[in-house]
Design a protein around this ligand. Structure first.
Ligand SMILES: [Zn+2]
Length: 234
């Protein structure tokens, strides 16, 4: 399976459902409101995320980098990664104090709240986040479908043997299983191949003991693995 070129955290707090998900009455979870394929019919490769509510949820930067575009029209904040390779356009955010706090040139980290989802621009009816991700964008070329680049749409694979797979995002959380050269083992018994693809869950990342942990599904169990010890497959 192909390695993921990047594994992005969610730009919003809470679950993002597939487009096919049907919203129960009174539920305000996020949903993939427009796929990249659908969005591309209007000329732009991007996705839209909405929660069916006008409650201004916070938007978090998916990459660390600098603000390179900051525009009240459409409530846009564009972040470019420090290495210059990746670019994330966030649009339709409210023009509020948080949005204004990150003008062009401001640095942001992964997870920095850069604004709030709104319906900025006269064209928008429902509040949503326009999320556009590009790699080495030149002359508006290089935009990718962001959906498979979100870590929770990917699989985590351990980088080798001797990796502890824990029940919580902490060095002190119990060890559920350990990777060995001949497989992933629980209590000495092989429960999965060393190359097992563990579906990444939402939220994909958790912080514990100053480390970033990946939340994934191993044989139906929610497990946590130090992010530096896995790679991500599409
Ligand atoms: Zn959009």
């Amino acid at each position: 399976m192909a390695h993921a070129p990047i594994s992005l955290p969610s730009p919003v707090a809470g679950i993002i459902h597939e487009q096919s998900w049907k919203r129960p009455a009174g539920n305000f979870d996020f949903r993939l409101a427009q796929t990249a394929t659908q969005h591309a019919t209007s000329g732009v490769m991007a996705i839209d995320l909405g929660n069916g509510h006008a409650n201004l949820p916070p938007i978090m930067s998916m990459i660390s980098g600098k603000v390179v575009e900051h525009r009240t029209t459409d409530g846009v904040t564009t972040i470019q990664s420090f290495d210059g390779n990746w670019r994330v356009v966030n649009a339709h955010m409210a023009i509020d104090a948080v949005w204004k706090a990150f003008p062009i040139g401001a640095s942001v980290g992964v997870g920095t709240v850069i604004g709030h989802m709104s319906n900025t621009s006269p064209m928008q009816i429902l509040a949503h986040l326009h999320c556009q991700v590009g790699f080495k964008v030149v002359r508006d070329k290089g935009w990718l479908d962001p959906w498979p680049l979100l870590a929770f749409n990917q699989f985590a694979v351990v980088n080798g043997p001797s990796i502890n797979i824990r029940t919580g995002p902490s060095m002190s959380a119990p060890i559920f299983a350990v990777s060995r050269a001949d497989g992933i083992k629980k209590d000495g018994i092989k429960i999965a191949e060393l190359s097992a693809r563990m579906k990444v869950l939402q939220p994909a990342f958790a912080v514990g003991d100053g480390l970033i942990w990946v939340r994934a599904n191993l044989n139906g169990k929610v497990v946590f693995i130090f992010k530096g010890l896995v790679h991500f497959d599409l």
